[in-house]
Design a protein around this ligand. Structure first.
Ligand SMILES: *[C@@H]1O[C@H](CO)[C@@H](O)[C@H](O)[C@H]1NC(C)=O
Ligand SMILES: *[C@@H]1O[C@H](CO)[C@@H](O)[C@H](O)[C@H]1NC(C)=O
Length: 481
């Protein structure tokens, strides 16, 4: 009986404005996984408090060991209570076994999108037995919040970016994985045996695998927040791998691997290199084992390594224009905990520098003649036929290397526009676009992008559950129904 009360109390205070949603939420009736073992003192159960726990007197501290679901949850809660101005914790849904898919936002605006400023993310541990990055995410959170007042770059990053960190997309798999086991599949899959990095809609091939709760939650999340840059963190190799993961060429696929290059190949290479060259070892490109390939400069095109259907990075890029790179951080999938400090030292700079790359390229607003935002305008950079869209505030972002480009802007009911602009190295180019309404009888065709919008299957919208949401952030408001 105690458990539902505890969950309500913890969640209600964080998401106070959504109490009505929570009253009906499955959270309150669910005995699975949630916050087992979470001790919550009676006398602190007031609505106003989310300065959670009995351990408040303890210093804010993260040890060098692995954190299972319960201890990870405790650490994340401890973080929001210690740094309420820099962090917020939300869940995008539940795993098969009912564990929350936690996301921690680290930013000076943790509860609200900052209009004009980009949202970025790291998603870790979608293969439950690839665990180094899961711990590195906790240490990254720790580093960011404790260095905000000490490090100019960290301050600048948190002032100008919302960083969403999901330490584990597969918390069920993690619980059955074993420390010290470097290879193999124990814990890789979700609790129903599905590989989550083969479970997304695919542009090149039909993906008939049954969608899983963890992937459904991520798809819904991506539809609510327009992420501009993302890292998808794995283990079992040491390389930064970029789209495309899949290839239209099925004939030769099983015999050998060919690169499958996207129109933003220059940008993806740059992002992958940003990671590998800021990593202590990755850019050396040394193979993990003699049976595995080495990677020049520590980067590879995904399909050139091996093609796969239903991966998360292609989905991010094609469906939402989010530049996602797959970062493989350790040859051993689950190394002994005493190696964690070395992994952190090797990756710290790379993890932080990679996120800063979101402040490169072009950004701005699409507005009508009265200055009202135009939502869902279709945008593309000429000769780069993967499109992207404006947000409800009319915002857009696109990471580009220095050069001269043409932005093509189309919105229903308006005259389309092409705008030339330049991108420089030092700062993002600001580009505001005003659209004139189309006159009666004028007709314009939506520009063709690849994939054409008509080919993109609709993302199934979940209607069965309500979820906690960050109050004030309408972009991740999950309506009650
Ligand atoms: C948090 O921000 C508020 C408003 O800016 C400020 O008054 C308060 O002192 C800050 N608290 C901490 C712990 O920094
Ligand atoms: C672009 O539009 C935004 C939103 O209306 C505005 O805040 C900003 O000042 C504009 N920037 C420029 C360079 O015109």
């Amino acid at each position: 009986m105690l458990l539902p009360v505890l969950i309500l109390t913890v969640v209600r205070s964080i998401f106070a404005q959504d109490l009505d949603i929570l009253q009906n939420s499955q959270l309150l009736n669910n005995d699975g996984g949630g916050v087992i073992g979470w001790e919550y003192p009676q006398e602190q159960r007031s609505q106003s408090d989310f300065l959670v726990d009995a351990t408040q007197a303890e210093p804010y501290f993260l040890d060098w060991k692995y954190h299972n679901y319960d201890s990870m949850t405790r650490y994340l809660r401890k973080t929001t209570s210690t740094f309420p101005n820099l962090t917020a914790l939300y869940s995008i849904g539940k795993s098969v076994q009912g564990r929350e898919l936690w996301v921690m936002v680290v930013s000076t605006s943790p509860y609200e999108h900052m209009i004009g400023k980009p949202d970025v993310k790291y998603v870790s541990n979608m293969h439950g037995n690839e665990v180094v990055s899961r711990e590195l995410m906790l240490h990254l959170i720790h580093y960011l919040v404790t260095n905000y007042n000490k490090d100019h770059y960290v301050k600048w990053l948190l002032d100008n970016t919302r960083i969403h960190i999901m330490p584990s997309m597969n918390p069920d798999g993690y619980e059955v994985a074993k420390e010290g086991v470097c290879d193999g599949g124990q814990g890789r899959y979700n609790a129903r045996g599905f590989d989550l990095n083969r479970n997304f809609p695919d542009y090149f091939k039909q993906n008939n695998r049954k969608p899983q709760p963890e992937t459904e939650a991520v798809k819904e999340w991506l539809s609510k927040i327009q992420f501009v840059l993302s890292g998808n963190l794995h283990g079992g190799a040491l390389v930064a791998s970029y789209p495309f993961d899949n290839t239209p060429n099925s004939l030769f696929q099983s015999y050998s691997s060919y690169p499958s290059l996207s129109p933003d190949d220059d940008v993806f290479k740059h992002l992958a290199l940003t990671y590998s060259t800021n990593h202590a070892k990755m850019s050396r490109g040394v193979a993990c084992k003699s049976s595995m390939p080495g990677f020049s400069k520590g980067i590879t095109n995904g399909a050139a390594w091996y093609p796969l259907t239903g991966g998360m990075q292609d989905f991010n890029y094609i469906w939402y224009g989010c530049m996602e790179v797959t970062l493989e951080l350790s040859c051993c999938k689950y190394p002994p905990a005493n190696e964690l400090p070395t992994y952190w030292a090797d990756n710290k700079l790379a993890l932080i520098k990679f996120l800063g790359e979101v402040h490169r390229g072009v950004r701005g607003f699409v507005m009508d003649e009265n200055g009202n935002p135009v939502e869902k305008a279709s945008l593309k950079i000429k000769k780069r036929d993967v499109g992207f869209q404006t947000t409800k505030y009319g915002e857009f972002w696109r990471i580009l290397l220095p050069g001269v480009y043409v932005l093509e802007v189309y919105a229903d009911g308006f005259v389309p526009r092409d705008l030339e602009f330049a991108v420089v190295e030092d700062h993002p180019t600001l580009l505001n676009v005003t659209l004139r309404p189309a006159k009666f009888g004028e007709h314009y065709n939506r520009p063709v992008t690849s994939p054409p919008l008509s080919m993109i299957p609709p993302i199934p919208q979940k209607t069965t559950t309500t979820k906690p949401t960050i109050s004030g952030d309408e972009s991740i408001y999950f309506p009650k129904d």
